[in-house]
Design a protein. Structure first.
Ligand code: NZQ
Ligand code: ZN
Length: 385
């Protein structure tokens, strides 16, 4: 196992009616910027519960943070936050609102010319406004991690950044908030969490017994509980299990001491930036391609996955690996996520543009062995048409 430092200070309040119970969390802040998305929280009643929680606190609101949060929109919130001198951000929503709020938190205090440089030029920052979250969509793990992914519409760029300063102080996870989600968002959440787990698991073995066992267990939970949520949208336990699985998939625990391969995400981000396809749907397109093209290097872990997640007999290793990849794609399809570029009207001719975008960003050495170059990306996508 590789050496590691694990740090996760996020206080998670999980369960029924958690929101109403957490009044103490906001006690010490004076002026709170309340951020949210394009209106779902007003329709499903979460907004009024949050307002109740805030009581007589001094608040400033910023709604309208859309899916794949955009720099252009977020900069308006940064201005507002600076003018109003907010000292805390409460983000109420899914990954997009939380990620957008992390950007706002860092950008308000940013000393350079353009906060976009934190992403595009990896410019370091040494302070950020503190934030808390009320999660309404389990998928990204943003509620318990330090990362965020922001889109710049004008240049069709989607870039990630992160810092321990952006770890939420607390996150409220109330599974009942999932009941109002459209089915497609549940499906997206299942696939996103599944792929996060795979990317920290199917690389090369380093004898990380705990990490491998946790990853396999999480994948099994997603395979079992995800469809249960889709069958009965108000099954509290199934919703709770899916919510916690998605958080655990990207809160830093699985990646401790093991190699990681985020190539599926990096390629997927370009597909979203160019074609607007939902984040999880891009992953469902790309992952089977990555696993197929890289199967020799990933063979040992693919066999672990085949045996421990899908109960496949591994006496014929090649067949077992093929079967595991087939089952992965079928699972995505079974929860309602299509897995081919053509399913999203993306033509084969787009592959060149996707590779070019990755090259422009110098993302030319992806994967756990840093050998997924543009030629390999092309190969991966060509089998996903
Ligand atoms: O905007 P509103 O009206 O709130 O509607 C949202 C949005 O349209 C709706 N929604 C959320 N909660 C709801 C609800 N509708 C009804 N009831 C509820 N309880 O769902 C839609 C999608 O929301 P969004 O936040 O965009 O989805 P998700 O959580 O999947 O986030 C995706 C974003 O996270 C990034 C992705 O790239 C993408 O931009 N990621 C962030 C990561 C991180 N910070 O660690 C890692 C991920 O890999 C990912 O890249
Ligand atoms: Zn993701």
């Amino acid at each position: 196992m590789k050496d590691f430092t694990f740090y996760n200070p996020v206080r998670v309040h999980f369960g029924k009616e958690q929101l109403a119970k957490q009044t103490d969390e906001l006690k010490i802040y004076d002026k709170i910027l309340l951020t949210y998305g394009k209106g779902s929280i007003k329709r499903n009643g979460i907004y009024s519960r949050v307002i109740d929680l805030l009581g007589d606190k001094n608040i400033v609101e910023f709604g309208g943070i859309g899916a794949n949060p955009e720099y252009e929109t977020l900069m308006r919130a940064v201005e507002l936050g600076r003018e109003e001198k907010v000292d805390f951000i409460l983000a109420v929503g899914g990954g997009s609102v939380i990620d957008g709020s992390k950007f706002i938190a860092a950008a308000i205090n940013y000393k350079g010319d353009d906060p976009w440089d934190m992403l595009a030029k990896y410019d370091k920052f040494d302070s950020a406004i503190k934030l808390g979250t009320v999660l309404t969509l389990p998928a990204t793990g943003s509620e318990m991690n330090s990362g965020a992914v922001i889109t710049r519409k004008s240049s069709k760029e989607k870039l990630a950044f992160g810092s321990p300063l952006l770890m939420p102080v607390f996150s409220i996870l109330q599974p009942e908030f999932m009941y109002s989600l459209p089915d497609i968002q549940i499906s997206n959440g299942i696939v996103d969490a599944f792929v996060h787990t795979i990317e920290q698991y199917i690389t090369y073995p380093v004898n990380g017994a705990v990490q491998d066992a946790y990853s396999a267990a999480l994948l099994k939970v997603l395979i079992e509980q995800g469809p249960k949520v889709l069958e009965n949208r108000s099954d509290y336990d199934a919703n709770a299990n899916l919510m916690w699985a998605a958080t655990m998939a990207l809160n830093g625990l699985l990646r401790t001491g093991v190699p990681e391969d985020w190539s599926t995400h990096m390629i997927g981000h370009e597909i979203t930036a160019l074609y607007g396809v939902d984040h999880a749907q891009t992953l469902a397109i790309v992952l089977p391609g990555v696993l197929t093209v890289m199967k020799d290097e990933k063979a040992e872990k693919l066999l672990h996955y085949a045996q421990n997640v899908w109960n496949i007999d591994t006496s014929d290793a090649n067949r077992a690996i093929e079967l595991a990849i087939e089952k992965t794609e079928s699972f995505f399809n079974s929860v309602g996520i299509k897995t081919r570029l053509s399913d999203y009207d993306i033509p084969e001719s787009a592959i060149g543009d996707i590779c070019k975008k990755l090259e422009q960003k110098k993302y030319v050495k992806l994967g756990e062995n840093r050998n997924i170059n543009p030629e390999k990306v092309e190969k991966i996508l060509k089998i996903r048409v």
